[in-house]
Design a protein around this ligand. Structure first.
Ligand SMILES: Cc1cc2nc3c(=O)[nH]c(=O)nc-3n(C[C@H](O)[C@H](O)[C@H](O)COP(=O)(O)OP(=O)(O)OC[C@H]3O[C@@H](n4cnc5c(N)ncnc54)[C@H](O)[C@@H]3O)c2cc1C
Length: 383
């Protein structure tokens, strides 16, 4: 029996049907050609997925984080690339909706927030740099106020969505006070002078999701483009990671569920030694371990999302969900390949794409090692 609300179950059903009928059929081709399908993303927008967590007054769904997690989980069952795009796409617009001043909202809601809610546009969150990933305090991209403009110099690495045609802007974490090591989040719109979006990386997986390096060479944007209270950018970014980690954990859970489903079905139809391979205990061992981890992943993901939705402390649970869901999904994809045998290694077998795609999940949005560090800190073990 489900302990999700009727509304959550309804959204889950709609997105699952959309994922199976419209997303799954082209997923392998999009992966092979590293192609992002804009019309498919628009369809996701029509279903209300990117706007789920925005206020209804802005045209959003007024839903909670858990509902959004259920939606991206369903997409991830068939296409992790699309689910990552969808998970990241609203982040910049959410920052505006939550933190912008009334003056900024007046300027930006119609142009920079509502198209994102409708799924017509995407945003990017640019934090990682070539020399600073886990260690966000080491970020060097520098923003200096010059009259009524910020002048930004530096670069960002591995940024999702910034190179998409429908990307409006990146929210860029910049060092604004080197002595006090204070940071600010500054909105850099596509086309700003000095803002260069580099060619897409060639990646092991997630090939139909856009990932780029960004360069800022005396990039100029209006002074008003700083969002949130001055100097508080890094603290807010670190807190923002918590929700992002729960969302990313949900995409991993979706992929793990699908690995379990396809591997179980295959194990029952594939015969060796005159019986289904599902009858062999070593094969059962992989399948039951996957099943247990899917159950446990759902429990910790739901707990973390519900704590977030209730406004309760959730940093430890978010880190646990990110760690456990992503590591166990990585193992589920590995087991799925193993259950499929030689076919599992072939591009035509979905398990091989899942295996490549999920590899990024234990790295992005805080590595597994960083999640363990966060949990140790939350447990008061760091002294
Ligand atoms: C597909 C993909 C999409 C991404 N999208 C975005 C995005 O949209 N925006 C963005 O800003 N970034 C994005 N990233 C970047 C991602 O968040 C970073 O790669 C990640 O935070 C790790 O940073 P790093 O690569 O610099 O590794 P490093 O920080 O250099 O870490 C290297 C290794 O050292 C370990 N390590 C580091 N510090 C510690 C420690 N204190 N204790 C124990 N071990 C440690 C790490 O766990 C890791 O194993 C993306 C990455 C990928 C792969």
């Amino acid at each position: 029996m489900s302990d999700y609300s009727e509304e959550q179950e309804a959204i889950r059903r709609v997105v699952r049907e959309f994922a199976r009928k419209e997303v799954a059929p082209g997923a392998a081709d999009r992966d092979a050609s590293s192609r992002f399908d804009y019309s498919l993303y628009r369809r996701l927008g029509e279903l209300g997925v990117p706007g789920l967590m925005f206020p209804e007054a802005l045209g959003g769904g007024g839903a909670d984080l858990l509902t959004f997690c259920l939606a991206v989980e369903e997409v991830a069952r068939v296409d992790l690339s699309l689910s990552w795009t969808a998970a990241v796409a609203p982040v910049g617009a959410q920052q505006i909706a939550i933190m912008a001043t009334p003056e900024q909202k007046q300027m930006w809601l119609d142009e920079w927030v509502k198209p994102v809610i409708r799924g017509e546009a995407t945003t990017a969150a640019a934090i990682t740099e070539p020399d600073a990933g886990s260690d966000t305090a080491g970020i060097q991209t520098r923003a200096v106020l010059d009259g009524d403009e910020w002048v930004i110099n530096g670069s960002k690495a591995f940024i999702t969505n910034a190179g998409l045609d429908n990307n409006l802007y990146a929210t860029v974490l910049c060092l604004t006070d080197p002595e006090a090591r204070r940071f600010d989040t500054i909105i850099v719109p596509k086309g700003a002078p000095g803002y260069r979006i580099m060619p897409a990386y060639r990646k092991m997986g997630l090939r139909s999701s856009d990932t780029r390096e960004l360069a800022f060479d005396d990039c100029r944007v209006p002074a008003i483009n700083r969002i949130g209270s001055p100097g508080g950018g890094r603290g807010r970014t670190v807190r923002g990671f918590f929700a992002a980690r729960i969302t990313l954990a949900s995409t991993a859970l979706g992929l793990a569920e699908q690995c379990l489903e396809i591997a179980s079905a295959y194990a029952q139809e594939r015969h060796a030694f005159r019986r289904p391979i599902a009858g062999f205990q070593y094969v059962q061992g992989m399948l039951v371990e996957m099943a247990l981890n899917v159950e446990l992943s759902r429990l910790i993901r739901d707990k973390a999302a519900r704590l977030f939705d209730q406004g309760l402390p959730h940093g430890k649970e978010a880190a646990m969900a990110k760690w456990f869901c992503c590591e166990s999904a990585k193992q589920a994809a590995d087991y799925a390949v193993q259950v499929f045998g030689g076919m599992g290694f072939m591009d035509e077998c979905p398990a091989s794409r899942y295996y490549r795609d999920i590899r990024a999940a234990t790295i992005a949005d805080g590595t597994t090692q960083i999640q363990k560090h966060v949990i140790a800190r939350e447990m008061g073990l760091l002294g």
